[in-house]
Design a protein around this ligand. Structure first.
Ligand code: C2E
Ligand code: CA
Ligand code: CA
Length: 521
């Protein structure tokens, strides 16, 4: 069971990643919507609190006006002012009762006439307002009481009351879906119509408080938890659906990418195990007699279904996944095993070029690969040339410089491939002790073109001559190109004009044939 025991750990993050990728845009979108909704609720809440406060101020204005009109009557005998108290009631729709007090005792009311009950200024916030849980007439029924006292006699004055139902109407009509509470001193009233002691509880969402500037009360507003979700659902249904679709699409595309990557990787692993990567060989001819001085090894994939696959279709992926190192190692081994038994057909110093990627030069492992390769042949029979592309340069670290020094000591040569397409400096060429420059085929194709293109090619040839480096021209397809390069002293040429890349069997046949076969047309 060790195989099955290992799998879950490798699979877990791959299985979770698409979920993560899908959920992140969803969460970000929700966070933005939630923030916007909260801003909106906060503004609504404050507006509601202000509106309720202004309505209550209007009610209190009626109470205050009535109380102040009756103020001069306080202290006068009840039977003289009782009628006045009742007339005031008819004048104002909000006022439920009018009362007078003297020596801090309520002595006359609109309902009973003569009366006797203590009046304590401390019950009233700022000596002015009292939210009462009912009185002796209607116990348990909310009342808002306004007290006004004479300036010269503070213990004498008028009291007016309003039914709590007027407050409730404001709470229900203005703050219908809002948890509005009116707070006076140590009491508050909510939409249940009950007077409670203490401070009102803080709402879960968009809790706001607005204090009246004219009377000693404040209004608390806010919403319960469900309000935010309900508002988001009703306000952004299209956006929520879009987010959901985006999340699912992002998750699905991530899952597809992971599957594709893991299937490409495992497909290359499978091909490596099945030894499907083959060496093809393209001859490199020397100047003068155009005889084959060596070959470049070019990888081909003998795919069971697709047939022979070109390297540019799978090498970039193998380089990206790091599998190219194992693939090159296997290609080198296969090349050595194929050619070594026929080493007698090769002339001494026959060049074998292998394409190497930068990743292969990170440690000294390449040294072993080259050693193993060379050990297959009699000493001096072949010269191994490593072709490094100029498109992806190797960093000159102590390890790579050490590696190249040791490679040279072993007799391995270095060729800079696709020269002219990258940005290698002269310093770079010197540091890595490059032996050959392979002029990219795009420059060879310029031969016979306009003067400027030809000038670029001439400059590259001159440069390599000055640096005392060997030159190989790639992609020679015509005799005009061949002759031009020969005239300009290019040491080696490679291209369809001489031979196309061929399988080992064909190469060995050609090598075994009489000399003419390995000579240019
Ligand atoms: P490259 O190293 O520049 O190889 C030369 C390419 O030019 C080869 O293509 C070759 O077939 C093609 N060629 C040769 N003569 C002519 C010509 O006269 N005209 C034209 N149009 N093309 C010509 P191929 O074999 O398809 O390889 C393409 C690239 O794949 C190579 O370019 C090299 O960068 C990469 N590659 C091939 N094998 C390996 C390998 O074993 N390892 C690595 N890392 N890369 C490889
Ligand atoms: Ca090459
Ligand atoms: Ca090249």
């Amino acid at each position: 069971m060790p195989l099955t025991a290992k799998r879950p750990a490798r699979w877990s993050w791959r299985a979770l990643l698409p979920w993560g990728v899908g959920v992140v845009p969803l969460l970000c979108g929700l966070a933005v919507m939630r923030w916007q909704t909260d801003q909106e609720l906060q503004a609504d809440s404050l507006a509601t609190a202000k509106e309720v406060a202004s309505h209550i101020e209007e009610i209190l204005d009626s109470l205050a006006t009535t109380a102040h009109r009756l103020l001069p009557k306080a202290g006068q005998p009840c039977d003289e002012v009782q009628l006045e108290l009742r007339i005031e009631l008819t004048r104002n729709a909000f006022v439920r009762s009018t009362n007078l007090f003297d020596h801090n005792r309520l002595y006359c009311t609109s309902l009973y006439g003569d009366f006797d009950e203590p009046v304590n200024a401390r019950d009233y916030t700022n000596g002015q307002l009292w939210l009462m849980n009912g009185n002796s007439v209607t116990p348990g029924h909310a009342l808002l009481v306004y007290r006004a006292s004479q300036q010269e006699h503070g213990d004498r004055g008028a009291i007016t009351t309003v039914d709590g139902r007027h407050l409730l109407t404001a709470l229900h009509l203005i703050g219908a879906d809002n948890q509005v509470k009116v707070h006076v001193g140590n009491h508050w009233i909510g939409s249940d119509g009950q007077v409670h002691n203490g401070k009102p509880p803080v709402a879960a969402i968009a809790a706001t408080q607005y204090a009246s500037t004219r009377y000693p009360f404040d209004v608390h507003a806010g919403y319960d938890v469900g309000k935010r979700a309900a508002l988001m659902r009703s306000r952004y249904p299209a956006l929520l659906s879009l987010l959901l679709i985006l999340g699912v699409a992002a998750g699905a595309s991530c899952r597809w990418q992971i599957r594709r990557a893991s299937s490409s990787r495992s497909e290359l692993d499978r091909a490596l195990d099945a030894e499907e990567f083959l060496p093809y060989f393209q001859p490199v001819v020397r100047k003068g007699d155009y005889r084959w001085a060596g070959v470049e090894v070019l990888m081909r994939w003998q795919h069971p279904r697709e047939g022979l696959v070109r390297p540019d279709l799978f090498i970039p992926y193998a380089e990206h996944s790091g599998q190219i190192v194992a693939m090159t190692r296997s290609l080198m081994l296969r090349t050595a095993q194929t050619l070594a038994p026929h080493a007698a057909l090769l002339e001494d110093g026959f060049h074998i070029g292998i394409n190497i990627t930068a990743d292969h030069c990170r440690d000294l492992g390449l040294l072993d690969d080259c050693q193993t390769f060379l050990q297959h042949f009699p000493p001096g029979r072949v010269v191994l040339t490593l072709e490094l592309t100029e498109r992806k340069l190797i960093e000159p670290t102590p390890v790579t410089l050490d590696l190249f020094e040791k490679l040279h000591a072993m007799g391995v040569m270095i060729a800079l491939d696709d020269f002219g397409t990258g940005q290698s400096s002269l310093n770079y060429l010197r540091q890595f002790n490059v032996d050959y420059l392979k002029i990219d085929q795009s420059f060879v194709a310029m031969i016979g073109g306009d003067a400027l293109s030809q000038h670029i090619l001439d400059t590259i040839i001159e440069l390599s001559a000055k640096l005392a480096l060997g030159i190989v021209a790639e992609g020679v397809e015509t005799e005009v190109q061949r002759d031009y390069l020969a005239r300009h002293g290019v040491d080696f040429q490679q291209g369809y004009l001489f031979a196309r890349p061929m399988p080992a069997s064909e190469l060995l046949l050609a090598l075994a044939a009489p000399v003419a076969a390995t000579r240019s047309p």
